[in-house]
Design a protein around this ligand. Structure first.
Ligand code: MLC
Ligand code: AMP
Length: 516
């Protein structure tokens, strides 16, 4: 029987023959569909046995593994709420998420248990279990005695399925609460739009703690009963080696740049592929063209965000336009408005607002913030600036939020500035994104020293490293006398970007300290 539970929707896509393989790891281990069904049932029974009730949060910071995906499915089946966390997050970051979301269960990597357990206890978390990259740790043994059948709990479409934390402009992260209906409706739309079909094989190299790797990629495959070739992390050569056995690949632009850097990446290597999807950050038109020249294939670029899942896509059959994110997906109501809230005409740049069954209902326990982000007529303010051409193709031209996207990961400057401003020898700081061939944008910190101080770039980085995930660390540190400000006193980051884009050495390994 089908319920509103997202797992039931995905389950309907499983192949009739459950002994067929569903996931193959890089070590060659295969998981079949019946194992997906049985192990997710055992894990769901474990959640119930631990006393978790519908709506309880399950916070998970574990390395990518098929078992981590099964834990996600189990959480859906038990009608609990899955809270995936970037494996790069450090103690202070994790402490915030646990304190805010108040999970009933935390699952962490075995090597982190020594600091996660006391931290979780301090926040009143009832259970901490561990899961390693090879399925090791205490989670699976705890589920071993559980029954391998589970009646997936019926839920309402609006019931929360996941909380995805997205960093906030004030430095405080907000948990976007996505419902079974939000995620399921989007999965169905993408299933049809991208023509998932029997015989598809997804080459999966993305992390599974974000919307792209977990929802867009995994749901596509599960919903169409397609097997996944699973890489624990992206590696260009490992991808090229597996492409001849795959039909679909999804990646962030950095991955496409790195594939093109490999001599072995050719039309021959991609001959079995029918679809390359790019998203999470802007794909340069030059990368799109180089890719087409090399492989004869046109990357399909789409646009989305944690709060909304996928919003637009270039067409499967029609014209894929480089530098654009395509057309609003079926069911997505997208408008571009000027400062007065009036809809912009073709070509004019404005704020992108969206409405649809995929758009979340709000941020976890932040009713005021939620209200601010929605218009009176129910559109969500994406924070992206864009335009639409005469054929309706949307281009993202900037962001109204102060956000840096590096290799598909979001970094909010304010979070770093707050830390930097509190360090010895720093009077104030501004964090900006500079163009980077590999990551698209690279984080740069511009520092104004305290009177008489001579801050050392490496020492500043070391202090940051203790508190934040290393993907957020500045790749460049510049020291200047004064930050440029407008008449309102606001730092003019555009001037800093212009100034340092010119003097920036290309991809140094060490941060550079220069005075200005
Ligand atoms: C890793 N590092 C990064 C980084 N990724 N630094 C800056 N930007 C990044 N994106 C750092 C690590 O912290 C580490 O630092 C060092 O680089 C080596 O780690 P690695 O894992 O070997 O890195 P690398 O191979 O460079 O990883 C690049 C990447 C990865 C592109 C493969 O970043 C990645 O998988 N990105 C995908 C992000 C994603 O899934 N985004 C979707 C968001 S959802 P140190 O100091 O420890 O050595 C979303 C909505 C939507 O946006 O529309 O999809
Ligand atoms: P996140 O909050 O991690 O979900 O990131 C969502 C943001 O990524 C969006 O608001 C956009 O700014 C950006 N983004 C996603 N896809 C694209 C794309 N194809 N082109 C440009 N920006 C994108």
């Amino acid at each position: 029987m089908s319920t509103g539970n997202l797992y039931d929707l995905l389950r309907r896509g499983f192949p009739e023959d459950l002994s067929a393989w569903c996931i193959e790891t890089e070590a060659g281990r295969r998981y079949d569909w019946s194992e997906v069904e049985r192990t997710s049932a055992a894990l769901a029974n474990l959640l119930v046995a631990l006393g978790l009730r519908p709506g309880d949060r399950v916070a998970v910071q574990v390395p990518k593994s098929p078992e981590a995906l099964l834990l996600y499915l189990a959480t859906l089946r038990a009608a609990c709420v899955f809270l995936p966390l970037n494996t790069g997050y450090r103690q202070a970051e994790i402490e915030y998420f646990i304190g805010d979301a108040e999970p009933a269960l935390v699952v962490c990597a075995p090597e982190n248990a020594s600091w996660v357990e006391p931290l979780a206890r301090r926040h009143g978390v009832s259970h901490v279990l561990t899961l390693g990259s090879e399925g090791d740790g205490s989670l699976l043994p705890a589920a071993a005695a559980q029954a391998q059948q589970f009646d997936t709990r019926p839920v309402d479409d609006a019931a929360p399925a996941c909380i995805i934390y997205t960093s906030g402009t004030t430095g405080r992260s907000k948990g976007a609460v996505l419902s079974h209906g939000n995620i399921g409706s989007n999965a169905l739309v993408l299933h049809h739009y991208w023509r998932w079909r029997c015989g598809d094989v997804l080459l999966h190299a993305l992390p599974i703690f974000h919307v792209h790797g977990l929802f867009v990629a995994c749901h596509g495959a599960l919903l169409s009963g397609s097997p996944m070739l699973w890489l624990s992390k992206f590696d260009a050569r490992a991808v090229i080696e597996r492409l001849p056995r795959a039909t679909i690949f999804m990646g962030v632009p950095t991955m496409y740049v790195r594939l093109l850097d490999e001599d072995g990446f050719s039309a021959q290597a991609t001959r079995s592929m029918r679809l390359f999807v790019s998203g999470s950050a802007p794909l340069l038109a030059a990368t799109f063209r180089q890719f087409e020249e090399r492989t004869g294939q046109r990357i399909l670029e789409r646009y989305g965000m944690s709060e909304t899942v996928m919003l637009t896509s270039n067409p499967y059959d029609g014209r894929r336009e480089p530098g654009t994110v395509g057309l609003p997906l079926p069911g997505v109501d997208l408008r571009i408005v000027d400062e007065d809230g009036n809809e912009c005409g073709a070509g004019a740049v404005g704020a992108i607002q969206v409405r649809g069954p995929n758009v979340f209902a709000g941020y976890w326990r932040m009713p005021d913030k939620t209200r601010e982000e929605f218009t009176d007529d129910g559109y969500f303010r994406t924070g992206d600036l864009g335009s639409r051409d005469a054929s309706g193709y949307v281009s993202i031209v900037g962001r109204s939020r102060d956000l840096i996207i590096s290799g598909g990961y979001n970094i909010y400057p304010k979070e770093l500035e707050l830390i930097l401003d509190g360090l010895d020898g720093v009077a104030e700081s501004a964090v900006i994104g500079l163009p980077d061939r590999d990551y698209g944008e690279a984080v740069a910190a511009v520092i104004v020293p305290a009177p008489g101080a001579r801050p050392d770039g490496s020492a500043l980085l070391a202090a940051l490293k203790e508190r934040i995930a290393s993907f957020k660390l500045p790749r460049h540190v510049f020291v200047i006398d004064e930050l440029p400000r407008n008449t309102m006193g606001k730092v003019q980051k555009n001037l800093l970007r212009e100034r340092f884009a010119r003097v920036r050495p290309d991809r140094p390994d060490q941060p550079d300290a220069c005075s200005g």
